[in-house]
Design a protein around this ligand. Sequence first.
Ligand code: ZN
Length: 148
Amino acid sequence: MLDLRELYQQVILDHNKSPHNFRELVDANRSAEGYNPLCGDKFSVYLKLEDGRIDDITFQGSGCAISKASASMMTSLLKGQSVEEAEALFGKFHDLVAGDTSPDLEEVGKLAVFAGVKEFPTRIKCATLAWHTLKAALRGKGDHVTTE
Ligand code: ZN
């Protein structure tokens, strides 16, 4: 069993303190709001989609360190990626934090810092909130998602 302190690796703390792409995207053509009532995490994800590619991606809102760091890292990794690549990475990330089998850590890259989340079931929804919100944004504008 992991110690809870080990879950909060430095990279997570750094992203929480200075999140990347933390702003509203004025020329977004997709957005969604996500809410995790278990923890109180609430984020909006903004996308500028062009020809099936994520031209720009930002987020805003508030939440715990895990949810904010996850959103921050997600936006950094997905900028410039295709929708298919984004969905594939979400699949691997979901396996990493909640799946029965773990993906190859090399395939998830920097997201590997969230591997410890699996041992803390109440934190899984924090880690995946931004990704579920992204999925809603990809489906259409103005969706609201909740983890419950
Ligand atoms: Zn949380």
